[in-house]
Design a protein around this ligand. Sequence first.
Ligand code: NDP
Ligand code: X2W
Length: 311
Amino acid sequence: MKTKVYIDGQSGTTGLQIYDRIGAREDLELLRIAEEKRHDPEERKKYLNAADIVFLCLPDDGAREAVSMIENPHVRVIDASTAHRTAEGWTYGFPEYSPEQRTAIANSRRVANPGCHATGFISVTAPLVRMGILPEDYPVTCYSLTGYSGGGKKMIAEYEQTDRGPRLASPGIYGLSLKHKHVPEMQKMTGLAFPPVFLPVVDDYYKGMATTILLQNRLLKNTPTAEQICARLQEYYQKEHFVRVLPFGEGRKTIYANTLAGTNRLEILVHGHEDQTCVTALFDNLGKGASGAAVQNMNIMLGLDETVGLE
Ligand SMILES: NC(=O)C1=CN([C@@H]2O[C@H](COP(=O)(O)OP(=O)(O)OC[C@H]3O[C@@H](n4cnc5c(N)ncnc54)[C@H](OP(=O)(O)O)[C@@H]3O)[C@@H](O)[C@H]2O)C=CC1
Ligand SMILES: CC(=O)N[C@@H](CCC(=O)OP(=O)(O)O)C(=O)O
């Protein structure tokens, strides 16, 4: 029997990308709400309770409302929003975090898909803390570059309007309150004692992300070199399909943030020397940062090969 799947928010940026990735799959039956009824709570409730798997591709309030409408105990939910990422009873959907995390996702009825910036941050920082290289009280700082599709339909329209102002052609530093909505999940999943200082930057390209953490090696346990840090991260992710740590000194003079656009892959690049290290996670905000990760989580929840339908 086919698995019934419903995407709440099917016409949004994330919803459409999930549809692109699973629309042609023969093991799934997609339940499609009529376009004109996509905001109708009664109609949505019917679909939300008729599916085996529900993807929530909505703003946070919409996601919370959708969860409250689900009465069928068999429905399993993957929420792409920020609403439940640190909530009790939800499993954080980053399977590469640990084998236990992958098993927890496989058994969960409520999976919170990671935030795009948080995906890059956690992919680098969590292993370093877990391996004892990065002390929990290290004052971590991070900046993260994203394409404008990260802001959803509204931001896409702003960047793609014909009479836009000249400013949008240059990078925009935002999140200047230093309280970006991804900071709580970043801190929780890494176990850092203090929230990281996190600054996102949006620029004039559609999709792709590069999240960078800068480290002073003398403040790390046993003062490793950048090359040693690279080797430890390679070990950590050696069995992973989608996350790969490039060999040290693979020789990039410049990292372009859209390199992995269109894929579900995440590459970690380590640069630096004896005293300082720069670690960058490179991926697609719409791929491993959202829809690709959501489909990967669904595959895991269904007990399938997690790479099905993903590049
Ligand atoms: N874009 C990205 O890179 C990422 C996005 N996310 C998260 O995923 C979620 C979706 O984001 P994104 O796809 O970018 O957003 P969009 O604005 O592109 O799409 C949101 C969709 O939700 C629909 N919607 C809003 N409120 C309701 C409601 N109450 N009932 C039914 N439908 C509703 C909208 O309808 P309508 O079609 O009428 O506008 C729209 O289709 C957000 O929580 C976002 O933060 C997570 C990671 C990355
Ligand atoms: C460019 C831009 O605005 N990007 C969004 C991130 C999108 C995202 O990951 O949102 P969720 O937390 O809902 O997953 C932001 O920084 O708020």
